[in-house]
Design a protein around this ligand. Sequence first.
Ligand SMILES: NC(=O)C1=CN([C@@H]2O[C@H](COP(=O)(O)OP(=O)(O)OC[C@H]3O[C@@H](n4cnc5c(N)ncnc54)[C@H](O)[C@@H]3O)[C@@H](O)[C@H]2O)C=CC1
Ligand SMILES: O=C(CO)COP(=O)(O)O
Length: 653
Amino acid sequence: MLERIASMSPRAAGQRPAQERVAAAPRRPLAGEDNTHPSDRVLQLWQSASAVCFDVDCTVASNDQLDLLAEWMGVGEQVAALTNSAMDGSMSLEDALEKRLEIINCTPADIQAFLRAHPAESRLVPGARELIEQLQSRGVAVYLISGGFRELCLPIARALGVPPAHLFANRMNWQVDDETGMPTKLVGFDLREPTGHQGGKPRAIAALRALYPYETVVMVGDGITDLEAVQESGGADMFVGFGGVVERPVVKASADWFVTSLDALQDALPRYRVAMIGSGAWACTAVKMIAENLRSPEKGSKFVREVKMYVWEEEVDGRKLTELINETHQNVKYLPGCDLGDNVVACPDLIETAKDAHVLVFCSPHQFIHRMVKQLAGHIRKDAIAVSLTKGMRVRPDGPQLISEMIRKELGLDCSVLMGANIAADIARGELSEATIAYNVLANGQLLQEVFDRPYFYTQLVPDVVGAEMCGTLKNIVALAAGFVEGLGYGPNTRAAIMRAGLDDMRRLAKALYPTVRDATFFESCGVADLIATCTGGRNRLVAKAFVEAQQAGQPHSFDELEASLLHGQKLQGVLTSHEVQEILRRKGWELEYPLFTAVNRIVCGHQPAAAIVHYKAAAAAPVPGTESPSQSTDDLQRLGAIALGARPAAQA
Ligand SMILES: NC(=O)C1=CN([C@@H]2O[C@H](COP(=O)(O)OP(=O)(O)OC[C@H]3O[C@@H](n4cnc5c(N)ncnc54)[C@H](O)[C@@H]3O)[C@@H](O)[C@H]2O)C=CC1
Ligand SMILES: O=C(CO)COP(=O)(O)O
């Protein structure tokens, strides 16, 4: 991720959903060709722009500000003639600026009075603020590059939401009073600014490109100095001529695209497609929220209304599940009774679902993701972004691989995660819930907030993808422990003790495997809140409790049997995760360091009875039948409290 540097950095290349990137500039329009409609190539460049530079006077501000100041000072006509000469190219920019300042001859007090009398908000070109807002919300860097003066342009930048650091303009030179040290008289302008010279705009753009890896830069402006931006190497890739305030024939003839309204540029911005990969209880709840957002009129200019959902096809009551969903707008098997919305389209074809999407939401049980990702490779947009709602990991010979890592590696996409205290069925009913969106690229996290945030679903941004994902993954093991103690009939003290011990294992293991993980992440929704929600209301807890109760009733059932009978097709993640995590602990020789995780795994594997959970340290240290457990030394047992607790490992009892 590229962190924002003084709010100036672009998103990392390839991490922003946008149309396909094109590096080469479009050909110059032929004489007489109609450039008032964008060609495909021009549209492609506009939609893939990583930075857009706007001229100020007569482009985003509805007049030439120096002319307006001159009018205010009573020398309007003389100055306007010089302005037009410079914009048409019949006089050099330096000369025109110098001469105009000489005529205006103002003081700082005159400028302040002028700005008070002409508030910037009332001088914006219609649609300028909205266009800039839309570009910024898509992660496009916006700059103002003016041949005018900073003193006059700053209020315009502020009114447009463009940071001062994104404004390139000339600076007035002031004579300073020797007595007071205050500026008094205008004495020309600072010639060191590139914008004070012919060819200054392409130079300013080249300087930006040297700093940031912008692939496509577009210049928008009304004058000949704006057109220069594409005429020198290192400058912009495309020039949009703007004739909404003044129409200049040379500019119109040479622009790659000529518009008279900024709305035309906004209308041509790409609208993002969102696709959901998964159709279980949480996937359906999430797609319901997404669909609500995509239906709302305010989102219409930015997102495509329809959201495709990949459904693992199966038959329900003799009908295909996808057909049932598309007919009833409900997933009758995994989230019955919940209206997903008429803009959700169920699709049994994974590639068909994902191929056009700019935002790919992964929410399948973790054991299926690797196969899906392999299938998708080479069939998705290169500029898409991904977010994973899946809680789980994969273990490879060289160590663990989180789902977000897998997506990033196999598909080459930036992948954020959304994790939190989110029991699907409760949120589907509209009950208030919170989630953490953990991002690598801030702008992508912000875009995801627009996709997910609902009045009953608040998201918080956290820059710790691995930390959030480790929380979501590991808490499923603790939830099994919580189910065991509940099934055993223990009260709140014991349940809280188990949750605390689990949180401790979670935090230490996350940090041991990924040293960048932040402690603060454990206080977010993805951390302690999800732990509480899952340990008190989730499916892992439910099935673990039933596991104990079945044993106590003398009718033991395996986890697989209980999953099938209690969850009706929904998938338990905790048992698989317990095995995966234990494999990591075993390989690293860390089994005793994480006693709650190890004890849960011993119980899940049948090496310990469920009752051993309340002596989890002893249970973790007990020998595993048929193996040489490294945890059998007296020192280890004493250190872990096994002897102090007086516990006798079940296998030996
Ligand atoms: N249900 C919940 O409350 C929450 C679940 N999660 C996480 O979200 C992820 C997805 O869970 P849910 O949406 O709840 O799913 P689910 O457990 O309700 O449903 C299982 C899904 O897997 C699909 N499936 C079955 N066999 C498949 C196969 N061979 N290939 C591909 N798909 C297959 C089913 O069609 C179904 O859509 C999990 O990692 C879970 O931990 C996260 C937060 C809340
Ligand atoms: O992750 C969850 C809640 O945030 C759901 O957990 P379960 O899979 O145990 O239901």
